[in-house]
Design a protein. Sequence first.
Length: 379
Amino acid sequence: MLCKKCGVRKSLGEFYKRNDKVDTTWCKQCYKKWHRERYKPRSGDTGEMRECQHCKSLYAPKQRRKSFFCSRKCKNESRNLKNKLELVSSKSNRICIGCGKTIGKTSRADKKWCSEDCASKARGHTMNATRRIQTNEPMGTFLRLDIYKRDKWICQICKKPVDKELSFPDPSCASLDHILPLSRGGTHESINVQLAHLSCNTSKGNRVGEANTRPALVKRGKRVFTIPEAAKIAGVSLPALQHAVVLGRIRCEPRKKFESRYLSAEVVAEILEIGVPGSRVWVRQNRVNAGPRVRTVTCKQCGEKKAVEISLHSPRSYCSRVCYQTSLRNRKKLDPTRLLRIQCSVCKRSIKGRKQVKRVNLCSSKCINTWRRQGRGAS
């Protein structure tokens, strides 16, 4: 086919298609040449060589408009890098729940451990405690580092200091010891664990040491308890306490993201005294303390105006149960003018019923339909 632009005869594949038809106005080579000439940089519009903002290499711009990147690849990489930096800067600083070190902002948002070693240690401790525990009570949630700080890095068995830099399997490294062993029914809670050397912990075995448990955790200068510990101390239902905490009926200590909820000692003492707010026991106790609810009623039977309790009887129009029963008996008595013998207006059958003031009396649905068919029901 002949190209109308350059006048050269070329094959069919050298032309573009428009609306499923071959356009012989331009061949592909002529169109590209015309496009480059039209959109090439003009003198004074773009200047000379430019520096790419991403790869810092020099390039010659291909269009008259302003450009900052040498290629589409550099532009996409620069945009992705900018979005990543904005996402990282919006993240808050987090602390490893195993060793207390700072976790980098570039890590995923739900990361709890700073390294694989801390994660494997925590996983091993949890699996071992779950395997050895012999109770259906929930596992406590606390940081091992908080227990170590609470005991001031002193072994509670031999009363000697523990080196913070040592790690497992060094015999003198820090470890958690259960005061009442899990094999004897102890719980994995902060009040039942203490700091001990690894050698002291293994040599103790499952023997019971001190009779008293360790003091509560200290957060920001306050004694705090986890929700399972608070429910056990106050003697209340754990689901009811958790529900009250979620609804905001019980105030918790301020916490950071991914940190457990803690209740202060004052809140636990208040729960021990009045119970869980919103529970059935709490509502019943508050009603008893408030006294009986009283209302003023004008009795329909005796006509007197008296103050009575709401829960005294179900009808609310009588002053006492006696007046209510008397009125009920009077209503059940038959009045001689109450029941009369009335004839049906259609079949003339006698009807026993209340005294009626209407002139039309019908005994059944059959008579009602007959009355309507006769056209006498229209008014």
